[in-house]
Design a protein around this ligand. Structure first.
Ligand SMILES: *Cc1c(COP(=O)(O)O)cnc(C)c1O
Length: 243
């Protein structure tokens, strides 16, 4: 598909991207981490495919969406482009079929029902779907599995891999209850890392990924061990109203 990319917009996006990358590098340096150990996923929800393409032209490869219908539309619009898609939004079990096999990583597995259905749909397509389990880190949150139920869900997800198809559990994701308060969010990032370490030890598997940190708090997340940060506003600017 051909897009008309506004050159001023493309320049702005490239500059925003460079600024985020530079902040990431500084946070990595502070934490004594290899910059290659943190992946930047650009959250493009509510922003047009032309913005994604402009960022791809500026070297950004990984993008994320939160709504299934919008995500699939954008994927179709950008078919054949060198981009990878993540799914980071709340996922209803009935939408598992549409998602399986179409995203490099689904960050938001938070129930046994969803895990079973996603595994079944992935198996139907003969693919191994990489997933993270989303952990609920505060009372006012609806998404995510409670800490107490995390070990059980993790064990189930691990059992849903058979002959190279089903689900591949790669780690944990969280969305802390407060925004724009990096020092408060940090406590949740530390907790998610501890949960991952405990789980990894008890299950005897590597769970390499921690998806945590957004526009308001990604530097704190990197300092606490994030391997994937999900950044929207700092790259794209404020989100327009949903179409
Ligand atoms: C929208 C969204 C983001 C990006 O948020 P910003 O604050 O704009 O960086 C990250 N993660 C999830 C799950 C989101 O829904």
């Amino acid at each position: 598909m051909a897009f008309i990319i506004n050159p001023a917009r493309a320049q702005k996006l490239a500059a925003n991207l460079a600024a985020v990358r530079s902040r990431m590098a500084k946070a990595c340096a502070r934490a004594g981490r290899d910059p290659e150990s943190v992946r930047l996923v650009a959250v493009s929800k509510f922003h047009p495919a032309s913005d994604v393409l402009a960022l791809a032209n500026a070297g950004q490869r990984e993008f994320a969406e939160s709504y299934v219908q919008e995500a699939l539309l954008k994927q179709d619009e950008l078919m054949g482009e060198d981009v990878l898609w993540h799914f980071v939004g709340g996922l209803q079990t009935k939408k598992a079929k549409a998602v399986a096999g179409r995203f490099v990583l689904v960050h938001s597995v938070d129930s046994e029902k969803l895990a079973v259905e996603l595994a079944r749909r992935a198996a139907d397509q003969g693919v191994l779907q990489s997933v993270l389990i989303e952990v609920n880190m505060g009372e006012e949150q609806k998404a995510g599995v409670d800490e107490a139920e995390l070990p059980g869900l993790a064990e189930l997800v691990m059992s849903l891999r058979e002959d190279g198809v089903g689900l591949d559990l790669q780690g944990l994701m969280c969305l802390p209850p407060m925004f724009d308060a990096p020092e408060e969010a940090r406590l949740y990032f530390t907790r998610l890392r501890e949960l991952r370490d405990e789980l990894s030890a008890s299950l005897g598997v590597a769970l390499p990924h921690l998806s945590m940190g957004m526009t308001g708090d990604f530097e704190a997340a990197i300092e606490e061990g994030a391997t994937i940060i999900r950044v929207g506003t700092s790259i794209f600017g404020p989100r327009p109203q949903k179409r």
